[in-house]
Design a binder for this molecule. Structure first.
Ligand SMILES: C[S@@+](CC[C@H](N)C(=O)[O-])C[C@H]1O[C@@H](n2cnc3c(N)ncnc32)[C@H](O)[C@@H]1O
Length: 276
């Protein structure tokens, strides 16, 4: 491992705004962010209390928590935290050296309503209790173009079932991607499971009345790896039961899709090179 990466890994171990594989966090995020805002150090996770649930329709004391998945350097987590100082934001990614970037910016600018979790997205349901998260942003995830890897796409129903365990009723999933194939796949999931589609765009920057949140640009967005020169955006709800039997139907539907981008192995090699 390179020296720079080692330095970043060591740095995030000291940061209060980065948690690596934290244990016992469901229900405690509100208490965690209170301590972060107070500048407490160290924040002892075992001393945090589980907050009683409040009805957010009638009680606005609880700050909304938004999760950015595959956050990389955390441009959305940090950018949204700047835009909405009265809400809390959490970026989640497996790569500590990427998280270091967002966490360092937050520390430098004293943005104390954003934090990061280093873990695998497959574990995401173990970090939250039901209704703890208000919104999920999935920003430029790997499109996993090979059919055999479709289950790894972050909008596959297997992942949506995980998100459903902690997303508030009425909460949205926002996907921003440069991949026409991932966009088409996600639309197929939404249609098959009859989920509520709030917004779809095949070229978000061409939209009049674009949601200002969509203007935040990420590192991978700038790379234009898919070569489409268009940024796709979907906002949807996971507001239906997702029967597992339909996953087989999905397999058949997507087998018919034409893959218009270069092979993902090649794509991911390129990505890794560029991203380090
Ligand atoms: C293409 S990058 C996008 C990063 C960032 N959102 C951006 O737009 O610049 C995809 C990110 O997903 C993360 N990732 C991929 N699979 C993951 C997994 N199973 N668990 C956690 N993170 C994952 C990678 O580490 C990487 O940072």
């Amino acid at each position: 491992m390179g020296q720079k990466k080692l330095i970043k890994f060591a740095a995030i171990k000291e940061y209060e705004n980065v948690l690596e594989y934290p244990q016992g966090m469901p229900g405690k995020w509100s208490a965690f962010f209170e301590q972060l805002a107070l500048g407490s150090s160290p924040i002892l996770l075992e001393n945090l209390t589980i907050q009683p649930k409040v009805d957010s329709a009638t009680d606005n004391r609880e700050k909304q928590l938004t999760l950015e998945l595959a956050c990389g350097r955390g441009e959305y987590a940090v950018g949204l935290a700047r835009m909405f100082p009265n809400q809390n934001f959490l970026g989640l990614d497996i790569k500590g050296n990427r998280i270091w970037k967002g966490a360092s910016i937050a520390n430098k600018e004293a943005i104390n309503n954003v934090a990061f979790v280093r873990t695998q997205i497959e574990q995401v349901a173990s970090y939250f209790t039901s209704d703890e998260v208000s919104d999920i942003w999935i920003t430029f995830p790997d499109p996993q173009l090979r059919l055999s890897k479709a289950k790894k796409r972050l909008t596959h129903p297997q992942f949506l079932r995980l998100y459903q365990t902690f997303l508030k009723p009425g909460g949205s999933v926002h996907l921003k991607t440069d991949s026409p194939n991932l966009y088409q796949f996600t639309m197929a999931v939404i249609n098959l499971f009859e989920l509520t589609l709030v917004k779809q765009s095949e070229d978000i920057y061409k939209e009049t009345n674009m949601d200002p949140r969509c203007a935040i640009k990420t590192y991978y967005e700038g790379l234009n790896i898919a070569g489409s020169n268009r940024i796709h955006y979907i906002e949807f709800k996971i507001d239906k039961v997702l029967p597992k039997q339909k996953d087989e139907m999905l397999k058949e539907i997507i087998a018919e899709f034409e893959v218009t981008e270069t092979h993902d192995a090649k794509r991911e090699r390129g990505m890794n090179k560029m991203a380090e």
